[in-house]
Design a protein around this ligand. Structure first.
Ligand SMILES: [Zn+2]
Length: 391
């Protein structure tokens, strides 16, 4: 058994000063004692400078796009980004699998213990089966009436069976046909414990798609079709989505960069606070659109926030800490306690793994990580703040 101490423990909810945490060989928290004296050397206790914290939960990633690191030009907007992905996605099996293994290792070293990962294919099955990280795979479907919907659905279910923990989910409001959305809603209504995720309002063009049946995303998706085939009368992507979002399932809305107050009110009128999560991936938003989500608006909503890294196609690292640093730099008034709750407990709740991860509690194996070079007087992150695994 190890005894681990530091200036602070963040439990998943609160800070505790000068804890000693007893941990078994298997990583199970055996006891948490508080109140040891600063820097006092106690036999058999490992003392760390910084904040101990449960392992991070990365609620949104695309591990299978890891080979696109440094290959996509930034700041091209969502249409430019999607075009580049289509153009550059194909690569040799070797290149793809080496990049996936390295990305899994990178996340582990960055203190990530659980990941919600989007998959369109089977490239990540092997790494997920041997990784120390817990993966929940979201097998993603998209189809704008190009293939029969039952074919899209059955292909997705074939993939789903290859992963240990997985669900079938839609890609985004603009890339899924009404019939496919209906089929997904039926499925989720039948299985209320299944997790739902969808990319939401990542660009202004996504709202224009529905509010004016216009804009660059609209033209890109509907090229070759007559405008009358694809007319919408919703004021925003959320207004359009309301008819399709399942009521009781956990819903993870990813990005929300262009969500409005009125959209949030609509969601609050229709869904319980414990069934919907805003997943923020700020570094990806800065990479693609050069914008940051409206954090104070989202913080004032009834719904919890969690954190994702998105993929290495639109990010320079797979680090939850780097996402927190981006939010903290843009919104310095947000307390560290709140940021860390998003990165740990809320992410675990969103992925329904809160009985395993997200809290340092006796009897759990949440992973234990150390945040170093934090300003411990003001409890603030700064550019040199780093993370490493303690267990
Ligand atoms: Zn994504």
């Amino acid at each position: 058994m190890r005894k681990i101490a530091a200036q602070y423990l963040f439990t998943g909810h609160d800070f505790i000063s000068y804890p000693i945490i007893s941990v078994s060989q298997e990583g199970e928290i055996i006891a948490i004692e508080v109140g040891i004296l600063p820097n006092k050397e106690i036999a058999d206790v490992e003392f760390y400078n910084g904040i101990l914290c449960p392992g991070f939960v990365n609620a949104h990633c695309h591990l299978e796009l890891s080979h696109l690191r440094n290959k996509i030009a930034p700041h091209t907007g969502i249409t430019g980004f999607v075009k580049q992905i289509i153009e550059k996605r194909s690569a040799s099996l070797d290149e793809v699998s080496v990049a996936i293994q390295a990305a899994d290792r990178e996340m582990f070293n960055n203190g990530i213990v659980a990941v919600g990962d989007i998959s369109n294919g089977l490239d990540t099955v092997h790494v997920k089966s041997i990784s120390s990280i817990y993966y929940h795979t979201f097998v993603e479907v998209f189809s704008r009436d190009t293939k029969p919907d039952n074919q899209v659905f059955s292909t997705a279910f074939d993939l789903l069976n290859e992963f240990k923990h997985a669900d079938v989910v839609p890609h985004a409001s603009y890339s899924v046909s009404n019939k496919l959305f209906d089929a997904l809603k039926d499925y989720f209504s039948e299985y209320e414990d299944r997790l739902y995720s969808i990319h939401n309002q990542e660009s202004a063009a996504e709202n224009a798609f529905f509010s004016s049946s216009d804009g660059e995303l609209y033209s890109f998706i509907n090229k070759g079709k007559s405008a009358n085939d694809m007319k919408f009368s919703a004021n925003s992507a959320i207004e359009f989505l309301m008819q399709y979002l399942p009521v009781k399932n956990n819903k993870i809305l990813i990005h929300n960069t262009f969500i409005s107050h009125s959209d949030i009110q609509t969601l609050e009128r229709n869904f319980g606070a414990d069934t919907l999560y805003f997943c923020l991936c700020p570094n990806s938003n800065l990479f693609i659109e050069n914008v940051i989500p409206p954090l104070d608006l989202l913080r004032s909503s009834a719904f919890p926030i969690c954190i994702g890294t998105d993929s290495l196609a639109s990010n320079y690292t797979l680090s939850v800490l780097d996402e927190l640093k981006a939010l903290s730099a843009a919104f310095p008034h947000v307390p560290l306690k709140e940021l860390l709750t998003w990165a740990t407990y809320n992410g675990a709740k969103a992925l329904k793994v809160d009985s395993l991860f997200g809290e340092v509690t006796v009897g759990r194996k949440p992973g234990l990580i150390l945040l170093e070079n934090v300003d411990l007087n003001s409890l603030r992150l700064n550019n040199s703040t780093g993370v490493r695994r303690v267990i």
